[in-house]
Design a protein around this ligand. Structure first.
Ligand code: SF4
Ligand code: FES
Length: 205
């Protein structure tokens, strides 16, 4: 009961079916690579104990939904991370090597908003849980929008207008129906829903 779901998958591969393909790296909830669908819900499997999720003593393990399956439990994360790029999810500074360090007050309101979403591990659980992603393959999805929101609140970043345009279109924050599945499922207890609401306000302004 106290083994993780990832331990079960590993056992199956080592003792029952050596052809089984799956993905993991850290085994301690840091890398985000072990996410799968367990009894119908997306989860990080290295931190999910069997007794928390087994239903009538059974586990049904499947690949993440909303992503192409490469093989068995391995999904192609390409579109997931391509959407981070489309949402301008990369920091763009303007200071040069000789400039002084930027000083961001730890208690400032934007810093706190950025902090609230910064611990994303890119696991794809929210993306797999999102109904809007299932309906609209173009939708940027909760993780990419959460990342964009952390950067909107980074006073050092120099591509704010470009980013707000990138997340404000039909495939962006306004497509979110606020079902809150992403926030309900995020293993890091982040709230992409709150981040998307912030983007809706920022793009409206
Ligand atoms: Fe995973 Fe949460 Fe980041 Fe989504 S927001 S990719 S569920 S850590
Ligand atoms: Fe790294 Fe699960 S194996 S988060």
């Amino acid at each position: 009961e106290s083994q993780s779901v990832l331990d079960v998958v590993t056992y199956i591969q080592r003792h029952i079916d050596p052809t089984l393909s799956y993905r993991f790296a850290c085994r301690v909830g840091m890398c985000g690579s072990c996410a799968m669908t367990v009894n119908g819900a997306p989860r990080w499997t290295c931190r999910t104990h069997v007794d928390k999720v087994a239903a009538d003593g059974r586990l049904e393990i499947a690949p993440l939904a909303n992503l192409p399956v490469i093989r068995d439990l391995v999904t192609d994360m390409g579109e997931f991370f391509d959407k981070w790029a489309r949402a301008k999810g990369q920091f763009a500074g303007e200071r040069k090597r000789g400039d002084d360090f930027a000083r961001v007050a730890p208690g400032s309101a934007p810093r706190r908003l950025a902090d609230a979403g910064i611990e994303c591990i890119g696991c794809g659980v929210c993306y797999s849980a999102c109904d809007v992603v299932a309906w609209n393959k173009d939708y940027l999805g909760p993780a990419a929008l959460n990342r964009a929101w952390t950067l909107v609140n980074d006073e050092r970043d120099a591509q704010q207008g470009v980013r707000l345009r990138a997340v404000g279109g039909d495939a962006g924050c306004r497509s979110c129906h606020t079902h809150v599945s992403c926030t309900e499922r995020c293993p890091k207890a982040l709230s992409p829903t709150a981040a998307i609401a912030g983007l809706k306000r920022a793009t409206a302004k």
